[in-house]
Design a protein around this ligand. Structure first.
Ligand code: HEC
Length: 147
């Protein structure tokens, strides 16, 4: 390998590890802010890859979440401007790099002004929403009207 190629490789590896480092740091800070225990990473999503669940998650998202998080999950719903904290951008790396278990925990317990949904929604409904958040992350697909 030529010297130039070697330097390019080294620069690439260094920036890659720096990026991973800052992402880990961001996730760590996020965990502290939300008080999300590390064990939540081990909760398995029982509905992962179940299309029917993802579909109902999409409908629920349009009905309940989009008012704050926006139809495409970017945190720009109609109610967002009136909140003290900007609703999370569900398409962002900060959200997408978290495990299903940790997102489930956050959705269940809330973090004002984000409401807690553990009493309002069944576990199945909450997992379905996590499935749909993954879709938003992948395709950033807008929620279609259910009519
Ligand atoms: C009243 C407005 C509002 C509604 C309705 C709402 N959210 Fe949120 N949500 C927020 C705000 C604001 C935050 C960021 C809170 C913070 O950073 O302290 C948030 C954060 C989140 C997070 C954490 C993201 C992260 O950074 O890890 C998840 C997950 C989430 N919301 C999912 C949902 C889902 C799913 C629904 C629908 C069932 C929903 N939210 C409904 C306002 C709302």
């Amino acid at each position: 390998m030529s010297r130039i190629n070697q330097s390019i490789l080294i620069i690439f590896l260094m920036s890659y590890s720096l990026l991973t480092f800052s992402q880990n740091k961001q996730l760590e800070e996020h965990r502290r802010k939300w008080d999300t225990p590390a064990w939540t990473d081990t909760i398995r999503n029982p509905y992962v890859n179940i299309t029917a669940a993802t579909d109902s998650g999409k409908i629920l998202y349009g009905q309940i979440c989009s008012v704050c998080h926006g139809m495409s999950g970017k945190g720009d719903g109609v109610a967002a401007a009136g909140l003290s904290v900007r609703p999370a951008n569900h398409t962002s790396a900060n959200v997408q790099l978290q495990t299903d278990g940790s997102l489930f925990h956050e959705l269940s317990n809330g973090h004002a002004p984000m409401p807690a949904y553990k009493d309002a929604l069944t576990p199945k409904q909450r997992w379905s929403l996590i499935n749909y958040i993954r879709v938003l992350g992948k395709k950033n697909a807008p929620v279609k009207s259910s009519h």
